[in-house]
Design a protein around this ligand. Structure first.
Ligand code: ATP
Ligand code: MG
Length: 453
């Protein structure tokens, strides 16, 4: 069947005919506002970070979990909470054109992990320690450290009620930041106690704010009866004094809640982690209990919270599961990497070990086969290829070899191939030597040159 060769339009933009001939100069497309491309050499820093994360998670015996990026909207309405900024104004939600299902790009991963745990009965034989890394989506005003697609690392310990697991998770985050070479961050901690204790505090908070109605901004007035705890979290400078003098939840905690809180703090201290109680640190939802915490830096301006987490013993039931204690945190990786740039050593993108200079078409089959053999021995090899047809000169290929950062150039020319050899030229020494090596014994000279161990 022959395809019809006509220009067509997609969303009003002319696209090339299907035979590849352009009809008109196509308009450039750019990424969605607040959503970033991560490009080399910066991507090397991301790879480095992900390696550090995997190693650290293994040390603590956390296993990875991957859940879908798209979930039913109801999961977040229930699991993140209707009265939160996320659900009120930040979600990318839409109706599936084909079946009318209401879907949302995940703004966070905790509800997805808990949904998966319930769906697959993950905690049937005891607790599970899990971690994830991946993109999240929130429709916020983009600025440094705040994007519409951003990456979160999260750790969740499901099915554990003991305070040592709260401490373990905090130590895990602390160790990871240290692995990345970060210093100068604070660990803030608070306890939200139990729902009954919070109810008493809530009543006293509402009556306190009601006495000062004239000092509440519009958002606080709106939240007074739906989510008064969240008012403590306000960023409005005009309300800081009011919030500072508000009744503190800590004053309403009973004995067992205080014991849980003290156990977490003393375990952190025993491990040399410096923490500070921040009585205004809150998560305004009923399914939270006991420990909440944040890792904060002053070096990133207003977007200084690197990691936030806490215990959410009520979430499983809210999502239709059996009562299951759980605790976790989420860490913003763009912010962490900003801090790495400021505080830690530079991460150089990795260079290939060798760069293959190939001088003519007849050399290609032998060269490509030799490169495959080298790679199978564990050598990282970049092959020359040019953007236009034809063969670049030896000089220009060697220039590229040099700027690739490789230690050696492997020169495949007619002379070398006639002798079943390759010329290996050292690029990182003054007057780098060039020595012919036999194609028959690749692994032995690769070892001699310390290209492999
Ligand atoms: P904030 O108060 O900064 O909006 P949050 O309370 O909404 O943070 P969480 O939902 O607890 O944040 O998410 C955990 C972490 O994810 C935050 O501490 C932050 O490091 C990161 N984070 C949250 N939103 C964004 C975003 N839009 N862009 C980049 N990182 C983000
Ligand atoms: Mg937010």
């Amino acid at each position: 069947m022959t395809e019809k060769l006509t220009a067509s339009t997609v969303d009003g933009v002319l696209v090339p005919k299907s035979d590849g001939r352009p009809v008109a100069k196509a308009e450039k497309l750019v990424s969605v506002k607040g959503m970033n491309d991560i490009l080399p050499p910066d991507s090397a820093r991301w790879d480095w970070l992900e390696d550090k994360v995997r190693t650290r998670m293994k040390r603590y015996a956390y296993q990875s979990i991957r859940t879908p990026i798209l979930e039913p909207t109801a999961l977040f309405v229930r699991g993140t909470g209707e009265a939160t900024d996320i659900v009120e104004k930040e979600m990318y939600s839409f109706e599936d054109r084909l079946n009318g299902e209401l879907l949302t790009l995940r703004p966070e991963n905790t509800p997805g992990v808990v949904r998966a745990a319930i769906q697959h009965n993950l905690t049937y034989d005891g607790g599970k320690r899990l971690y994830y890394m991946g993109p999240m989506f929130r429709h916020e005003r983009p600025q440094r450290g705040r994007y519409r697609q951003f990456y979160q690392l999260g750790a969740e310990a499901l099915g554990f009620a003991d305070p040592q697991v709260d401490a373990e998770l905090m130590l895990l985050a602390h160790d990871l930041l240290a692995d990345l070479g970060l210093r100068d961050f604070r660990v803030e901690i608070n306890s939200l106690g139990l729902p009954a204790e919070r109810k008493l505090h809530r009543a006293s908070l509402i009556s306190y704010f009601q006495k000062h109605m004239d000092m509440l901004d519009a958002e606080a007035q709106r939240r007074l009866l739906t989510n008064p705890l969240r008012i403590l979290d306000t960023k409005n400078p005009a309300m800081q004094a009011l919030v500072m003098a508000a009744p503190q939840l800590l004053g309403f905690l009973g004995e067992s809640s205080l014991r849980h809180f003290d156990a977490v703090k003393s375990l952190l201290s025993a491990c040399g982690v410096k923490w500070a109680v921040n009585p205004r640190l809150v998560r305004g939802l009923d399914y939270y209990s006991h420990t909440v915490f944040e890792f904060v830096t002053d070096q990133l301006g207003a977007q200084g919270t690197l990691c936030g987490g806490g215990r959410y013993d009520g979430l499983f039931e809210l999502l239709g599961g059996k009562p299951t204690p759980a605790v976790g945190w989420g860490m913003g990786l763009e912010r962490v990497l900003e801090l790495v740039k400021e505080q830690a050593a530079d991460i150089a993108p990795s260079a290939p070990d060798a760069f293959a200079v190939i001088l003519d078409a007849p050399s290609l089959p032998v060269a490509v086969k030799a490169l495959a053999e080298l790679r199978n021995c564990g050598v990282n090899v970049q092959m020359h290829a040019s953007g236009v047809e034809g063969w670049a000169s030896m000089k220009s290929q060697l220039k590229r070899a040099d700027s690739s950062g490789a230690r050696f150039a492997l020169i495949f020319g007619a002379d070398e191939l006639a002798g079943n050899c390759v010329a290996v030229k050292s690029l990182r020494e003054i007057d780098g030597q060039q020595i012919r090596q036999p194609l028959g014994g690749i692994s032995s000279w690769a070892r001699t040159l310390q290209l492999i161990n």
